[in-house]
Design a protein around this ligand. Structure first.
Ligand code: AHR
Length: 509
């Protein structure tokens, strides 16, 4: 829990951290990634055969190293919008037999050179868990069941045997399965009404769990605060269904997916926009509660968590999807990413997973060229969060002046708050307290007393640049992490337009 007290612009801010006041465990899966067959994410991103930077599988070694550095726990695949016409059988077996298909989401041609077995191998090398999204557009339930059998079954059956024939004896044990992607969107091939989606998702969920009850099923929500979210949750968050009845600790649906991309041309509406994502989490959580109350789901069934499986800064006009969405990220965008991540930590109680969209080249902090990789501005706060903001989310109280101008989306104003100092804090399992602070002000550094900080050595990691507009490019590394240490005495100065992570051993002084 973070509380915010707005103070006058000329008053002095303060931050109070309560390391002993644990709020909720941070699910490591909030640092998840997403690789879609879109633009240069797969082809030319993670898979680049023939390049000297690639291994014998055609996987880019520099990208693998970057994913390992980021310690990405789970990666969603193969879309996104792409999945609405994807037939997984096209992408398995000998490569020379795989069909080329027209691709209708981004209007390209899919070679199917990279498919399920390649993705699974890549995940094993990276040390991450696969998360597969099912085709709710042109796909059938039979195909979905076949894919689940191919990936997870140990039985002597057709698709499990096909996997063995394709060289993989052991099942992949894919735990996370999404019941479609953005099925509500007018851009989808075979868009659905909420009524049609709920009926289909419920029936598919039953069949999938009959085949493999160990999987985690993710319902396709919208923003978290729409009538679609309300309706599909109400129709699908049930527990007493065939195959599960009698077990009052299990439910058909385990997580609810929501998406949000934010962007604005001006710095402060841009950097405060992810406050809307946090509000969306709170609203979706309330809708889950409502569905459980209305459907009389017993409290023994764990509450469905939120799977924020697409989030990022993205202006689709600046970086159109059909052209590969290669967004160039500014320092302002890096601060926006910090605000997204602070929100995930503050709302840790409800967060089961989050996946930055996407992991490579497409609206991504990581860009490849034939010669190497570039880590964009947004890479750096993401790396610091993933490294240090794990364990438990702890209480923090912030007194800060507030940005009171225009917001994007507009509804942020009046439904939530937009402090200049955006904070969250964690305590790790080995007893380190980490405080993440984004100072969104373009003009003002803030000298801030940190109540509750008791340490003589504090590690300081800062992400900043000359202005909010700076970007990183090959040979031009303007934004990175500056490391220093501090003796923990007096107020700490948070520079203008900066992200700072302070870290100390709990009870060290
Ligand atoms: O991540 C890019 C696209 O954005 C995804 O394919 C889609 O799900 C969303 O609209």
């Amino acid at each position: 829990m973070a509380t915010f007290t707005r103070i006058a612009d000329d008053e002095s801010p303060s931050i109070t951290i309560h390391p002993n006041h644990k709020i909720a465990r941070v699910n490591n899966n909030i640092y998840g990634g997403f690789t879609e067959h879109m633009g240069r994410c797969i082809y030319g991103g993670i898979y680049d055969p023939g390049n000297s930077l690639s291994d014998e599988n055609g996987f880019r070694k520099d990208v693998i190293e970057a994913m390992k550095e980021l310690n990405v726990p789970v990666v969603r695949y193969p879309g996104g919008n792409f999945v609405a016409t994807y037939h997984w059988l096209d992408g398995v077996g000998p490569k020379e037999n795989r069909p080329k298909r027209p691709e209708l989401a981004w209007l390209g041609i899919e070679s199917n050179e990279f498919g399920t077995d390649e993705f699974m191998k890549w995940c094993e090398i990276v040390g991450t868990e696969p998360y597969l999204c099912l085709n709710f557009g042109t796909g059938t339930l039979d195909e979905a069941l076949g894919w689940l059998e191919y990936c997870n079954s140990t039985q002597d059956t057709h698709y499990a045997n096909l996997r063995r024939k394709n060289g993989r004896d052991k099942p992949y044990k894919v735990k996370y399965w999404a019941l479609g992607n953005e099925c509500w969107g007018p851009w989808q091939v075979a868009q659905l009404t909420k009524e049609d989606y709920a009926k289909k998702a419920y029936q598919w969920a039953k069949a999938l769990k009959l085949l493999d009850p160990s999987i985690t099923l993710i319902l396709c929500g919208e923003t978290g605060y729409s009538s679609w979210d309300y309706y599909v949750l109400k129709e699908c968050v049930k527990w007493d269904v065939h195959g599960l009845s009698g077990d009052n600790t299990k439910s058909l649906i385990d997580m609810h997916s929501i998406h949000m991309y934010t962007a604005d041309k001006e710095h402060l509406p841009n950097a405060t926009a992810p406050r809307g994502a946090e509000r969306a989490i709170q609203m979706a959580s309330a809708l889950i509660d409502l569905a459980r109350i209305e459907n009389k789901v017993p409290e023994t069934v764990p509450k469905q968590t939120i799977c924020f499986d697409e989030w990022n800064v993205w202006d689709p006009v600046r970086a159109p999807g059909e052209q590969g969405a290669e967004e160039k990220y500014t320092l302002s965008d890096a601060l926006a990413v910090s605000v997204f991540l602070n929100g995930f930590i503050r709302q840790a109680k409800d967060m089961g997973m989050a996946n930055i969209a996407q992991s490579v080249n497409v609206i991504s902090p990581l860009m490849t060229s034939k010669e190497g990789i570039v880590k964009q501005t947004t890479w750096w706060p993401l790396l610091l969060f993933s490294k240090y903001m794990r364990g438990h989310s702890v209480a923090v109280n912030v007194r800060s002046p507030e940005y009171t101008g225009r917001t994007n989306p507009k509804w942020i104003r009046g439904t939530t708050e937009t402090p200049y100092l955006d904070c969250s804090a964690t305590v790790s399992d080995d007893g380190y307290v980490s405080l993440a602070v984004a100072n969104l002000s373009e003009e003002k550094a803030f000298e801030v007393p940190l109540e509750g900080l008791k340490a003589e050595t504090v590690e300081v990691y800062t992400v900043n640049g000359d202005s909010v507009d700076v970007v990183n490019a090959a040979g031009e590394h303007k934004v990175g992490i500056k490391e220093s240490s501090w003796d923990g005495k007096g107020p700490f100065k948070f520079g203008k337009h900066s992200f700072t992570l302070l870290r100390w051993k709990a009870g060290a002084a």
